[in-house]
Design a protein around this ligand. Structure first.
Ligand SMILES: CC(C)(COP(=O)(O)OP(=O)(O)OC[C@H]1O[C@@H](n2cnc3c(N)ncnc32)[C@H](O)[C@@H]1OP(=O)(O)O)[C@@H](O)C(=O)NCCC(=O)NCCS
Length: 167
């Protein structure tokens, strides 16, 4: 497979590979306790268990995935799949597993699944101060396309809007 990194395009570079011990699978209601622990350790205004339950049970556009390593959920990611676009709602890796490539692996794996289902583009918002997340997003091919002023209600922080074309 050729290696190609084009800004704004999905690159096929990856450092982690799927293995029997590493699974990305759809999130289930029974996973929510584990997810909430990571969620609370990751965001200043975490979602409630009810918010996740509603997404899983009632939102036909929602797709949520868990990253499970050696039987333990260490991260998750969600998005809304509307027409041919994906809008990422959240992504988090448990604090003790960060900085080891898992976030990038989870993103690339979900991008792969979504492309196979016909998704053409993905978008997300990220805090202007969240340099770690921006770095991961840029590495998988997202580009900054705009700003939503005072998007985050807790501290009035601006959001960067990023987009990626899935080919
Ligand atoms: C953003 C997040 C999902 C990335 O997951 P991750 O597994 O840490 O990401 P990766 O290991 O693939 O990449 C992180 C990069 O940032 C670098 N980095 C710098 N400081 C870091 C820190 N304090 N923690 C983690 N990574 C850090 C890493 O070295 C790595 O870059 P490199 O590969 O060039 O060395 C994760 O950090 C997280 O859950 N953060 C809290 C929730 C959040 O901000 N979500 C995004 C909301 S838009």
């Amino acid at each position: 497979m050729s290696m190609r990194i084009v800004p704004g395009k999905w690159s096929d570079k990856t450092e982690r590979e799927p293995s029997p011990d590493t699974i990305v699978r759809p999130m289930k209601i029974e996973d929510i306790d584990a997810i909430i622990t990571i969620e609370r350790a990751s965001f200043p205004t975490p979602w409630s268990p009810h918010a996740f339950t509603t997404e899983l049970r009632d939102n036909e556009y929602a797709r949520y995935y868990c990253l499970e390593v050696n039987g333990r959920i260490i991260g998750y990611m969600g998005l809304w799949f509307i027409l041919e676009e994906g809008h990422i709602t959240n992504i988090a890796i448990a604090p003790e597993y960060r900085g080891a490539g898992w976030g990038e692996f989870l993103l690339r794996t979900v991008m792969d699944k979504m492309a196979a289902e016909g998704m053409e583009r993905m978008t997300l918002e990220v805090r202007v101060s969240n340099m770690v997340a921006q770095k991961v997003y840029e590495r998988v091919g997202f580009v900054k396309m705009g700003v939503r002023k005072k998007y985050y209600m807790d501290n009035q922080e601006d959001a960067l809007i990023m987009w990626l074309d899935l080919e």
